[in-house]
Design a protein around this ligand. Sequence first.
Ligand code: TRP
Ligand code: SF4
Length: 324
Amino acid sequence: MKGRVFSGARPTGKQHIGNYLGAIQNYVKLQDEYECIYCIVDIHALTTLEDLDQLQPNIREMMLDWLAAGLDPEKSILFVQSHVPEVTELHTLLSMITPLGWLLRVPTFKEKARQQPENVNYGLVGYPVLQTADIILYKANMVPVGEDQLPHLELAREIVRRFNNLIAPVFPEPQAKLTTAPMIRGLDGQNKMSKSLDNHIELAATPKETEKRIKTAFTDPQRKFRTDPGRPEVCNVYDLHGFYDSEKLEEISQQCRAATIGCVDCKKMLSKEINNAMEPFRERRAEIAMRSGYLEEVMADGAERAGVIAKETIREVKEKMCLL
Ligand code: TRP
Ligand code: SF4
C-alpha cells in the first residue's frame, strides 16, 4: 500500500455522469493501490441548510450510487461524516490554532457569503477547518479533488504545518491529487454539469429518461438547419461521445462538418452509448437497493472502522494539547 487516501463529497443525492467521470471513477481506481476512505460529508451540507428533509434520502441515494459504481466496502472505508463525531472535536481543537484571517480570505467563503448574505454563519467560515479535520483525523496522505478544492487543500496544509510547529509533529501534510478528467459540461452546453443547474444526466436514470434529457441538449448554436455544417469542437454532445465511444469520434466529426448527420441522430447514438455503458451499473444498483438493511450495514461498518482510527488520533491530539 502506497499510503492513505481520503476524499469527501457533499450528499447531493443521485449522482450524475459528471460526478462519475470527474470523481467516482477515480475513487474506484484508487482502491487497488491505496487504503481509501470515502466520506459523505453531511455536516458540511448543513452550512447551506437547503432541503433538510432531503438530507437522509440524499445520503442513501449517493451511497447506493457509490456502491453500484464499484466503491467496495471490502476494500475501502465508506462512511457518513456525522457517524464519526470525533471530527467535530478535532475541528474545535484545530480552530484554536487557525488564524481567522486565513479563513476570511478563502475564495469559497467569499463566494458563499455573496450567494447567501442572509445566512453568513459561523460554520461557513469554519468549513475548511472541518474539511481539514476530515482529512487529518485519518492522517491521510493524499486527497483526490477537483480544481475548485485546491484552496481548501492548501489551507489544510497550512493548518497542519502550524499544528506540527506550535504543538507537536502529529500530522502528515496531505497532498492534493488533481483528478485529470476535463470539465464535463452539462446539457446546457455551457456550465459544468451539476444537479443545481438541472443540466445533468443521472447515472440511475432509465434509458427512456436518458434519451429524453439528451434530446434537450444544446448543440452547436450556429447549426440552425439540418443542412448547415456543424462544429463538433463547440458541441457538448460531441464531447460526451468522446467519453463513451471515442472510436466513433472521428467519423462523427466528419459527418457533422459535412452535414451528413443531423443532431437528432447524433443524440440518439449518444443515448444508446450511454444506456449501454450504464446498463450493468443500473442492474447492480437495483440489486443492492433490494437487499434490505444492506446500506445501513455498510454505513455502520464504515463508521466503526473509521472510528477506530479517529479515536486514536484524537487521543494523540488531546495528549499533545495537554488535555489529558
Ligand atoms: N469541500 C468538498 C466539496 O465541496 C467536500 C469535502 C469535505 C472534502 N471534506 C473533504 C473533500 C475532505 C476532500 C477531503 O466538494
Ligand atoms: Fe453536435 Fe452531433 Fe449536432 Fe454535430 S451533429 S452539432 S456533434 S450533436
